[in-house]
Write a new protein. Structure first.
Length: 182
């Protein structure tokens, strides 16, 4: 074998050794940019399904469609201290095990009716869960509701936002006699 052939084979082997592991074990990527919150695409999918269970899509869009789960991740990433972020991510990863203990299935394995029943059980027994799961559920529920109610869909179609002071304000009207100082 000549030197050129050996170098060529080594280059191919090295390239394969570098690329192959990243192709095989790459977790799903998250669809939004976060600064310090360490979540992956599977975590995002769980959060999206949890949002859809809390505020389901009917004839109006649900929390998943209005991206309330993205709002939740951004709020945790931007507004919470590092210890809460750590508890939140640990609780997110432990939530599936907590659901399995309650209902025999993980949250993602359950259908929509089972998910509603699981969340009712979680809320009824929230004090029995580890602190991380309680932190995760508390912040998730709070921010999903806040994200949904501050979405453009909600503020234009469900409860239209009106600028203060509103359309009924009349700033220049004559003062009648009863309001004059004596």
């Amino acid at each position: 074998m000549n030197r050129r052939e050996v170098l060529k084979q080594m280059a191919i082997g090295t390239t394969a050794a570098i690329l192959l592991p990243s192709c095989l074990s790459e977790p799903r990527r998250i669809s939004i940019a976060l600064q310090s919150l360490a979540v992956n695409g599977d975590d995002e999918a769980l959060l999206a399904e949890l949002a859809e269970t809390l505020i389901p899509e009917t004839d109006t869009p649900g929390a998943k469609t209005t991206m309330a789960h993205h709002f939740t991740l951004v709020m945790i990433d931007d507004c919470q201290p590092d210890d809460i972020k750590t508890k939140y991510v640990n609780g997110l990863r432990s939530f599936e095990d907590a659901c399995r203990k309650l209902g025999g299935k993980t949250f993602m394995e359950s259908n929509s009716e089972e998910r509603v029943a699981l969340l009712r059980q979680v809320e009824a027994n929230i004090d029995q869960f580890p602190e991380e799961v309680r932190t995760f559920y508390h912040f998730t529920r709070r921010y999903i509701i806040q994200g949904y109610t501050s979405s453009s869909f909600f503020l234009t179609n469900v409860k239209p936002y009106e600028l203060v002071p509103g359309p009924n304000f009349k700033g220049c009207v004559p003062v009648d006699e009863s309001f004059k100082a004596t």
